[in-house]
Design a protein around this ligand. Structure first.
Ligand SMILES: Cc1cc2nc3c(=O)[nH]c(=O)nc-3n(C[C@H](O)[C@H](O)[C@H](O)COP(=O)(O)OP(=O)(O)OC[C@H]3O[C@@H](n4cnc5c(N)ncnc54)[C@H](O)[C@@H]3O)c2cc1C
Length: 398
């Protein structure tokens, strides 16, 4: 295959889509991105980029931009609701993983990738919602909801958890599964909260109490991001996710976490734009590709944010797929090798996200006591080692 002649259609301009376009360009392959939303800044909450994700961004020369826009995470700091430290382990270990882990808003990460896409003159089209695909005579026709269409040689679905490309490939499922968790989350300005210590800003703070889990960390020089895990029986409806009263939401979060040690109470009090998310995952699909169509990122294997790996997995996928399209003899062998190399790792991570979410549930006094002792013993002794299989993954571009 002369990969340099390929025309790649990328559906989705989130994290994996722009990263794939940049790696394809590095491989000499042209692509065009189609994104359903209008171009907007400041959409979404905060996310963690693990050292493995930063290593991918370093291959694009974007690691410094991301480090400057986010907060380098030095520690994972586990506490109970009284503020007592249960375990504190190193998270970024540059001598081991080269790059650090970073907490950043999803909007900043998306902007850094999209700005680079534009700088490199890769076309990115907004307000283009994929509606249908036709594979015919060796080419692919993608139709959008504004009536327009495009033609290419291969199509990559980087269109996230609600992927239209996945629905085309696997119309009868499996569908994303609800993890039983909804998350309320938000940001506050660091200057709004004086009692927070620098060491806390530079850590992922995981607070476990009888009323459930509360997390926070720095997310850039002047922001703190926070998030919760609340166990529910049904996911929120679209209206419940977007159209709720901020004051009521804060009061209900306060009921859960208002008695947790500082700075939890203060963070909730100062937040004025609380977001709600349903947590779904995609555990295992029978196949990620068919013919000339492939899935990457959340479209193929959405993972609960509790694993801290969603964006990093999409970045790894992007780099690996571009490398294989450059190196392999045919698209078919690039796609099958990609699936064989990536599936075992990402499916294990999706399971890990489920497990970490379940560890954070509301508990009775006795269960909370056991949980605290488990964290004291296991995280302190095995925590750093336990992260190694996640972080110690490097794709050699050459
Ligand atoms: C608006 C938004 C906010 C998010 N906020 C958070 C957060 O706060 N914390 C967190 O951990 N994760 C968040 N995520 C998810 C996170 O970005 C992903 O888990 C992860 O980065 C994997 O990236 P991805 O590129 O596979 O998917 P995504 O980042 O979800 O990107 C998929 C893109 O495809 C687009 N798209 C969807 N359907 C179509 C279609 N039919 N046609 C064309 N384009 C389509 C979407 O608009 C989106 O831009 C958010 C995702 C989105 C879309």
């Amino acid at each position: 295959m002369d990969s340099k002649k390929l025309k790649v259609i990328i559906i989705g301009g989130g994290i994996g889509g722009p990263a794939l376009a940049l790696f394809l360009k590095k491989a000499g392959i042209s692509s065009v991105i189609y994104e359903s939303r209008p171009y907007e800044e400041n959409v979404g909450g905060g996310l963690g980029l693990a050292p493995n994700g930063l290593n991918v961004l370093a291959s694009l020369g974007l690691n410094e931009d991301v480090i400057n826009a986010g907060t380098v995470i030095k520690h994972a700091w586990f506490k109970n609701s009284r503020g007592k430290t249960l375990a504190k382990i190193r998270y970024s270990i540059p001598e081991k993983y080269e790059q650090p882990g970073v907490a950043i808003s999803r909007a900043s990460l998306n902007k850094i990738l999209v700005d680079e896409v534009k700088k490199q003159d890769i076309p990115i089209n907004y307000n283009k919602k994929l509606k249908d695909i036709i594979q015919q005579n060796g080419e692919i026709k993608a139709y959008f909801d504004d009536g327009s269409f495009t033609i290419g040689d291969i199509l990559i679905g980087a269109d996230g958890i609600g992927s239209a490309v996945r629905k085309y490939l696997l119309p009868n499922g499996p569908f994303p599964a609800f993890t039983g968790i909804v998350s309320s989350a938000g940001f506050i300005k660091t200057e709004q909260i004086k009692i927070i210590k620098q060491d806390e800003i530079d850590s992922l703070n995981f607070i476990y109490g009888k009323n459930g889990f509360f997390g926070f960390s720095g997310a850039g020089s002047d922001e703190i991001m926070w998030w919760t895990n609340i166990k529910v029986t049904h996911p929120y409806s679209r209206a419940e996710l977007t159209d709720f009263d901020q004051q009521n939401e804060k009061e209900s979060i306060f009921k859960f976490y208002g008695n947790y040690a500082s700075p939890v109470k203060e963070i909730i009090e100062k937040s004025d734009n609380v977001m709600r998310f349903n947590v779904f995952d995609v555990q295992s699909l029978p196949n990620w590709f068919s013919g000339k169509i492939m899935l990457i990122g959340d479209a193929a294997h959405a993972v609960s944010p509790n694993a801290g790996q969603g964006a990093s997995m999409a970045l790894e996928d992007a780099m690996m797929l571009a490398k294989l399209l450059r190196n392999e003899k045919t698209v078919a062998s690039a796609f099958s090798t990609f699936e064989a190399l990536r599936k075992p790792r990402v499916e294990k991570i999706v399971q890990e996200g489920r497990r970490r979410g379940e560890d954070k549930e509301i508990s009775g006094t006795f269960k909370q006591l056991i949980r605290e002792w488990m964290i004291r013993i296991f995280v302190n002794i095995f925590g750093v080692k336990g992260n190694a299989w996640l972080f110690d993954y490097k794709i050699d571009w050459d």
